[in-house]
Structure formats: C-alpha cells, structure tokens
Design a protein around this ligand. Structure first.
Ligand SMILES: [Zn+2]
Length: 285
C-alpha cells in the first residue's frame, strides 16, 4: 500500500486480504529514524535503479531482480511514460521476527504487514520479509515506488489499482480472481455497483477497504485492457498530472487540480455500465 501526501497517513491493504483476511503490505510516507542498525545490510547488489539489500544472497534473487526491472519497463510501456532513474532501495528481511521488530522500532504507528513502500522526501524504499508471497508483495510495492518517483501526487484509487494489477505474476494478465469473486458477490447481493466518481472521492486510506481495492483494480483493468481509447484516456490523465505538478506553485494547489483533472474520466457517458460489462467479460474468461 502507499501513502503519498501529508494528508494520507496509514498503510494499505493488498489483494489477498479479501479471501484470506491476511493483510499484506502497502506503502506509507513517513519519517524514518536515522539509524539503520536493524536493517539487513550485510549483502548488497543492484540491477538498474534497484538497490537490493538482504542478509545474504538468495537462491532466486537474480530472477527476482530481473522481474522487478521488467515490471518497471512494463509500466513504462503500458502507461507511456519514461520512468525516473531515481534509485529504489529494497530491504528484504530473511527473519520475520527481525522484520517485525524493525517496523515496531521505526514505524510504531503502523500495523504489521508483510511489506511496505516508504517515501521519505525523494528516497523510495521498500521493506519486505521473505516468504511465499514475497513476489506479489515486491511487485505491488515496486509499482507504488515506480509511480511515485514520477507522480508523487497520483490519486489513491489509481495508485492502488495499478499496484493490485501489477502485483500479479505476469502470466495472469492482471486478472485478479479474488477481487473478481468479491465484486461478483457484492453485485449479486445488491450491495455494490461500479461508480468511479464515488471511488475518486475516497482519498484517505481509512476510507479504502477491501471493496475499494477490488473496485480500484477493476477500473484499472478496464482502462488498460478494454479498448485502446480507454488506455489512451488513462495515459492522457497521467500526462495532465505531470503538467499540473510542474505548473502549480504549491503541492496543495497541485493536488487540488490533479483531483479535478482525473475527475474528467468519470464524466464519460455510460462509463460505470461499461466497467460492469468488463467485469462480466472477465468472469467468462
Ligand atoms: Zn498498496
């Protein structure tokens, strides 16, 4: 999960939560204590802008770093932008207890999660623990880190939507079965319908529950995979965000204009019904 401006404090839920109730990780923007004594720093390597630290070399480390670098390239291609060359620092803990102690010492206000993305000024850092879900966790947080290196004020719904989409192994094509199951269930119960305008009003992580993560994923999948026109609309919104950020004098003003700019997407006619049709289409695949 991620948090990008001073008004957003907290952490985010990742995808698997929906079914298993296991809370994964997200990203938070906070102030880290200066000490790094409890970080796993005895082993370091890098690949492109990714700087990787752990307690020792890992059996699949080379493949993992190559995959994360490929994820950045995929994001560049899908979103039609040139990623920042800003380094992204990954600390992978091989000891769960030590990871939890690090979080408790440095971020006592945050609940225990398997992974976090933390943005402190321009420094982009991912903390994660090794385990069976480390691949999904790192892809999720790497998506946040890559997006925030270019768009530090990217709205919460599309930030989390993209992270949920790209955390999946590439061969799944961004189809998040757990999110699909939750949305279908809510739809059948009559307790949910896609509504992008409503989702866009939720700018605080406290307002973002499992259903919001699932809907954010659906909108992202719809924008990226339904039609070239929709993908171009998403890319255009990101270009506008870059222009707004450069043109505004203050972060507050830029944040306000960014929100208005993105709301253009929800003004499209029948957009919500089209997303619903996209949901049914995915269910049939
Ligand atoms: Zn997240």
């Amino acid at each position: 999960m991620f948090v990008q401006n001073k008004t957003r404090k907290g952490v985010c839920f990742l995808n698997v939560i929906l079914i298993s109730l296991v809370i994964l990780g997200c990203h938070s923007m906070g102030k880290m204590k200066e000490t790094s004594s409890s970080l796993p720093t005895s082993y370091a390597t890098h690949r492109g802008p990714i700087v990787f630290y752990s307690d020792g070399p890992l059996p699949k480390e080379t493949a993992m770093l190559a995959e994360l670098e490929a994820l950045q390239s995929q994001l560049e291609k899908e979103l039609a932008f040139q990623k920042s060359s800003e380094p992204i620092w990954i600390y992978l803990f091989q000891d769960e207890t030590r990871y939890q102690k690090f979080l408790k010492d440095h971020y006592p206000e945050l609940p225990n999660r398997r992974a976090y993305f933390v943005q402190t000024g321009s420094r982009l850092t991912i903390y994660a623990q090794i385990g069976p879900s480390a691949g999904d966790d790192l892809r999720h947080e790497m998506t946040h880190a890559t997006l925030h290196a270019t768009w530090p004020m990217i709205p919460l719904w599309i930030d989390e939507g993209l992270a949920e989409f790209f955390e999946l192994p590439p061969q799944l094509g961004g189809v998040h079965r757990q999110h699909l199951a939750l949305l279908t269930h809510q739809l059948q119960q009559g307790t949910w319908q896609p509504n992008l305008e409503r989702l866009m009003t939720k700018n605080e992580l406290a307002e973002f529950g499992h259903l919001e993560y699932a809907e954010a994923w659906l909108w992202t999948h719809y924008l990226l995979r339904s039609t070239p026109k929709n993908r171009e609309a998403l890319q255009a919104a990101l270009v506008r965000q870059t222009e707004i950020t450069k043109s505004q004098d203050s972060a507050e003003a830029a944040s306000y204009v960014v929100q208005i700019s993105w709301s253009r997407l929800s003004e499209s006619e029948n957009f919500d019904q089209e997303a619903l049709r996209h949901l049914h289409y995915l269910l049939q695949q």
